[in-house]
Design a protein around this ligand. Structure first.
Ligand SMILES: Cc1cc2nc3c(=O)[nH]c(=O)nc-3n(C[C@H](O)[C@H](O)[C@H](O)COP(=O)(O)OP(=O)(O)OC[C@H]3O[C@@H](n4cnc5c(N)ncnc54)[C@H](O)[C@@H]3O)c2cc1C
Length: 277
């Protein structure tokens, strides 16, 4: 996972590009409500600081998909499913040189990781299917770090949508991108590149709609054509993990079979872990 500094630097870089292109960037302002004005047949975005009308809307509000949720409540066609709570810590100590992944009772239906970040520092994290680890996730992560002799410097965390893409990414003139569209690869929890790609596709679909009258649905068609296969494989692998990685013994047995034939590597890369499935 990228460090907090890298994320802030990259976000700042993107923000600068948007400002140079003429965007108006509002900070510290949350969308709280979507009000439908029936007479004008339009939606108004109500935020903590104001009200906005729009021609097109890109929902990039992350895993909780606020636009879909405010409009459609719990309707699963618009909301990413299987939200996995995740905690990570920046640590120092004698960290390994490799990116290590831990499966089994330490992270039931999920995984723990250690990603070395530099001399004696690492990112250690834990993501577990909601409700599958009793107690507080932060305390479990602290225990894990204590056992490995790491000193915790800072904490972070969030939700990762592991249920695959939402069924409907285009809702009128609203296009869902990134986590809001459920584009995380469920077998490895990565979603940054899909967020960037989908944001780009959404912007291009809107331009095509404006300039050539192309349908906005073309966004979803293009996205599924380019990412659909990997997302499907990845979702299937995650579901197999949920079904089979039950206890430490079974998990170890499966890893001993899949490891030597490259199945784990393929699963992390969102390919089929075994050729048949
Ligand atoms: C602990 C953790 C580790 C991860 N590690 C990796 C990794 O190593 N590699 C990888 O590829 N992916 C990783 N991911 C997933 C990755 O972070 C996401 O897939 C990616 O950030 C999705 O980008 P996004 O723009 O769709 O959403 P986000 O990055 O979540 O951005 C959503 C934005 O919307 C804003 N927002 C939310 N609600 C509102 C509202 N009501 N009003 C206004 N603004 C709002 C938020 O403040 C935020 O700025 C990780 C996720 C977690 C939680």
């Amino acid at each position: 996972m990228p460090s907090q500094d890298t994320v802030f630097t990259f976000d700042g870089y993107l923000c600068d590009k948007a400002l140079h292109a003429g965007a108006d960037v509002q900070m510290d302002e949350a969308l709280t409500r979507i009000q439908h004005q029936s007479k004008l047949d339009r939606d108004v975005l109500v935020t903590t600081k104001g009200r906005y009308t729009f021609d097109y809307l890109i929902d990039a509000s992350g895993s909780l998909a606020h636009v879909g949720r405010l409009r459609h409540g719990d309707d699963v066609r618009y909301r990413p499913e299987d939200q996995v709570p995740t905690m990570y810590a920046q640590v120092q100590g004698e960290v390994p040189e490799t990116f290590d992944v831990f499966l089994g009772s330490v992270a039931p239906s999920g995984y723990a990781w250690i990603i070395p970040k530099g001399p004696n520092t690492a990112n250690v994290g834990l993501g577990v299917r909601a409700g599958y680890l009793k107690g507080n996730l932060k305390e479990h992560l602290k225990e894990f770090c204590d056992e490995l002799g790491f000193e915790i410097l800072s904490w972070g965390g969030g939700w990762i949508p592991m249920g695959g893409p939402v069924k409907t990414m285009v809702d009128g003139t609203t296009l869902a991108v990134g986590d809001a569209a459920g584009l995380v690869m469920p077998s490895n929890g990565g979603g940054i590149s899909q967020a960037i790609i989908s944001g780009c596709f959404a912007a291009e679909a809107i331009l095509d709609h404006l300039n050539h009258g192309a349908p906005l649905d073309a966004y979803e068609v293009r996205l599924r054509a380019s990412l659909g296969r990997a997302l499907k494989n990845s979702l299937r692998t995650k579901n197999m993990g949920y079904a089979f990685f039950k206890g430490d013994l079974i998990t170890e047995g499966i890893l001993r079979i899949l490891g030597p034939i490259g199945g784990i590597k393929r699963a992390m890369e969102c390919d089929k872990p075994v050729w048949l499935f």
